[in-house]
Ligand binder design. Structure first.
Ligand SMILES: Cc1ncc(COP(=O)(O)O)c(C=O)c1O
Length: 400
């Protein structure tokens, strides 16, 4: 069977594969602790659900403008004004089916054959795959475990060539939870403005930052490179709305118009009911976001304490998002598990605990544990994980 060439250039989402395996095992009656899920375990806050019910009751069920209803675009602009002090107009915003489509619209609008697009790694696999779908080439700048995978501008700039057309930054980052500082983004923004390259910032986890560190990235972009910057945001993680599919792309009017044209011939508008729900999410009380963040913080601290009892599990507390990114290379060996992929498969097989192997993020020797799950399951899962490490790599413990 002859499929289009592009299908051979891209790989399906490895993070979603873990979810599919968990699903399969559960359907066959096997109880699995799932640390793979990249989504909040909380229910969507009630006020948002009420807004959706109202939309249905009012038969708000027809096509809307491709870029979204005016009310929602306005709510997005207001949210960014309130939270970051930046001014956007409605024609600089398009509502998308999650942050994923915001990033995809961006890739298709800005990049093409012969272009190189730099991003930092370990990274969320969709970012480079979308660049490839746009017929461009992803280029990787490595971040390092020693400084908590912090994103440094220089590492990205070192990868620049005459073909560079864009830089994509994800902060807080999946899978590392690391941030780019305002100062580092400023360096990139100034470079982007001077060299006329695009600076795309994936802010899908922007509401999930644990400590009060300065992270006003929209302001930095507005000050340094407003004509070259695109922000991709999402209601998914902040408001526990992953299934509703609502995100947004904010950028120069021409970029948004191009995205509008692309979206008009692919998915059209985001579900009308979702849009009304998102208006409530953005305009209503933000207290539920704080409640969820506080709970994630407790889980992060607790999980970190549990795991680091074993020095072979090396990890730092992430600054944002809800993933513990653990370096397990001390537990790998030529006689035992050689790769984190084998390690993760065996953990699932023996202990019924699902984690995402680092290979999914271009980071072999690591695993990603999502703590978007209950404290009880985190306790039980980490107990099993520690027992697994003890069983398979006992020599290393005595060697230390
Ligand atoms: C880094 C990152 N960006 C964007 C997204 C997109 O999420 P959604 O399409 O649900 O908004 C995800 C989802 O996992 C993510 O991890």
């Amino acid at each position: 069977m002859k499929l289009a060439d592009r299908t051979s250039r891209i790989a399906s989402s490895p993070t979603m594969k873990v979810g599919a395996t968990v699903d399969r095992l559960r359907r066959s009656g096997i109880d699995v602790i799932d640390f793979g899920a990249g989504e909040p375990d909380f229910s969507t806050p009630d006020a948002i659900k009420v807004a959706a019910h109202q939309a249905l009751d009012q038969n708000f069920t027809r096509y809307t403008p491709v870029a979204g209803i005016g009310e929602l675009k306005k709510a997005i602009c207001e949210r960014y004004k309130t939270d970051y002090g930046v001014d956007y107009t409605e024609n600089q915003v398009i509502v998308t089916a999650g942050g994923k489509q915001a990033l995809y619209n961006t890739a298709l609008s800005l990049f093409g054959p012969g272009d190189e697009v730099i991003t930092h790694t370990p990274c969320w696999p969709t970012i480079p795959e979308q660049v490839k779908l746009a017929d461009a080439t992803p280029v990787f700048a490595h971040t390092h475990v020693e400084d908590g995978f912090a994103v440094h501008a220089q590492a990205l700039l070192d990868a620049v060539t005459p073909r560079t057309r864009g830089i994509i930054v994800n902060s807080p980052g999946n899978p590392t939870g690391a941030l780019i500082s305002e100062g580092e983004l400023r360096v990139l923004g100034e470079f982007a403005a001077k060299q006329h390259i695009w600076l795309v910032v994936d802010l899908c986890y922007e509401k999930l930052i644990y400590d009060p560190v300065p992270h006003n990235l929209p302001k930095v972009l507005a000050e340094t490179c407003p004509e070259q910057a695109v922000i991709c945001g999402s209601a998914s993680k902040a408001y526990a709305m992953t299934g509703w599919r609502c995100g947004w792309q904010i950028g120069p009017q021409a970029v948004i118009a191009a995205s509008n044209a692309i979206q008009s011939h692919s998915t059209s508008n985001v579900t009308s009911i979702t849009q009304k729900a998102a208006v409530e999410a953005l305009r209503g009380s933000q207290a539920p976001v704080t409640v969820m963040l506080d709970e994630y913080r407790k889980r992060r601290d607790q999980l970190h304490a549990w795991l680091t009892v074993d020095p072979r599990l090396r990890c730092r507390k992430p600054a944002g998002a809800f993933y513990m990114f653990v370096d397990i290379s001390d537990t790998l060996s030529p006689d035992g598990f050689r790769t984190s992929l084998d390690w993760s498969d065996a953990l699932l097989d023996e202990q019924r605990v699902a984690v995402t192997p680092g290979e999914a993020f271009d980071a072999p020797g690591t695993i990603r544990i999502s703590y978007a799950t209950s404290m009880e399951l985190l306790r039980e899962g980490s107990t099993r994980l520690l027992a697994f490490v003890e069983k398979h790599a006992p020599q290393a413990a005595t060697a230390r």
